[in-house]
Design a protein around this ligand. Sequence first.
Ligand SMILES: [Zn+2]
Length: 116
Amino acid sequence: MSTGRVALTGKTRICPHCKSTILESASVCPACQHHLRFDPKAIAERRMQATFSALRVEGAFRHPEEAEAWEYSIVVSVRNDRGEEVARKVVGVGALNANEGRSVTLSVDVFKPPEK
Ligand SMILES: [Zn+2]
C-alpha cells in the first residue's frame, strides 16, 4: 500500500548509464541527463515537486600566453554547518596549452517534497 509519495531522504543509487552516484529519487541523471527507469506513479509525483537551484557559480581560467602547458585539477568540497567536510571530489583534471581556457559551472539543485 503506497500513497505514491516519494520520500526524499538523500538515499543514493548508481546511474546505470554513467555510473555516477545520484539521488534515488531522481528521474533524470544530473550527470549524463539520461532518463531513468522509475515507477510511473512516482514520476508523476516527482514532476509536481518544486525544484529550485540553490546555488550556481561560474568561472573561467585561461593559460595566458606562449609558454609550457599547465595542468589543473578541479575539486569540489562540501561542508556541513560544523565545518566538517562531508564530501570531496575531483571532478576533472587536464592540461592547458598556450592560450587555451576552461570554464567551470558548479550548480546545486534542491528537491522539495510535495505540499501536504
Ligand atoms: Zn548518468
